[in-house]
Design a protein around this ligand. Sequence first.
Ligand code: C6P
Length: 419
Amino acid sequence: MTQTELQTMAESFSDFDIAAIRRDFPVLNQEVNGHPLAYLDNAASSQKPVQVIEAVDAFYRHDNANIHRGVHKLSQRATDAYEGARSKVRDFMGAKSDKEIVFVRGATEAINLVAQSFVRPQIKPGDEILISHTEHHANIVPWQMVCEQTGAKLKVIPMTQSGELDLSGLDDLLNERTKILALGHVSNALGTVNPIKDMITKAKAKSIPVLIDGAQAVPHLQVDVQDLDCDFYVFSGHKMFAPTGIGALYGRQELLEAMPPYQGGGDMILAVSFSHTEYNTLPYKFEAGTPHIAGAVGLGAAVDYMQSLGIDKLAAYEHHLLEIATAELEALDGVSIIGTAKDKASVLSFMIEDVHPHDIGTIFDQQGVAIRAGHHCAQPVMEFYGIAATARASFAFYNTEQEVAALVDAIKNTQEMFA
Ligand code: C6P
């Protein structure tokens, strides 16, 4: 980054009151193993602000009832809260209509839904599904299952040593047999931000539908599905400061309209008899059974919270943390960073010479530093580098420069222990 870019970035979060923000996250204010907690495992799951906790609490205290079913006041209020959350998510994603926002359990369920309801019915033996080498298992396995079910082939965009996608063969990989391009926006194992806009443009030029796995993007970047022009975009609430068990699938309306339901049951129907069932309209056709109503309310509150702070500001501040942490780790002997793409968000995967990542995770925990160690559900990435696992620190906007320093101290202490 140039000096001017650094300066502009620093200015963009100069009014960021990190102490006030941290007060919104009660869980951060604790000691672990006698040290102040440095929670650097945000890519696995983020913490929740009081605004989200209180929204869920208020829902259960005052409004709890089933939705779309009752004429009584509580059911109406619960329905309003649930549908209000959908509108907030629609606005957050830049979608055209609430009909394009389907509530799901998370990114995993959303990808399985698209795999089974959109791709499986139209794919034939010999057709292709295109993913990339850096995908999370959630964006690999559902497609492998469709391939097994239909005789289609899984094709993979290769990666480079820096953890970027090697796009030199993309024009050939996107061909008349390709039935979908399913691509991560940000790699969870490496932090690479993929050039999805250009890739979507290339796919759309050949009328190939595109699904974007935004699980690691929405907590860090402003997303606009209309500007991206993707057909599907999926994410999980729990990585963006909302409860677990709730997430969203954005789908282009005309595609969702044409897709069969993913699951059958209550609320996804208009009329049922033993001879025929008429399905509900969008988005309810894809929301069978009683959904995670309080989770959706919490997700709506998380959207409000992020928007109130300013997503661009959050992104700039986090990037600053990533930059200083990267520089610190680069300066340490015996430490190597896995994933050195030019454009990265939040994630810093690393190795300490002669120390297994699981030991790193355990020793860090003794020092109050919470990171993830493992393959991060991205085993093909590990295989590419010839390793079984990495240690991974991942930042959120409530992290501090002191926590970056705690990370660096934890590395040095670990090296001393193993010296
Ligand atoms: N990654 C991580 O520690 P779910 O489990 O459905 O909320 O999200 C799945 C998922 C999909 N795509 C990407 C890019 C992801 O990072 C994840 C979840 C966590 O990296 C847990 S393995």
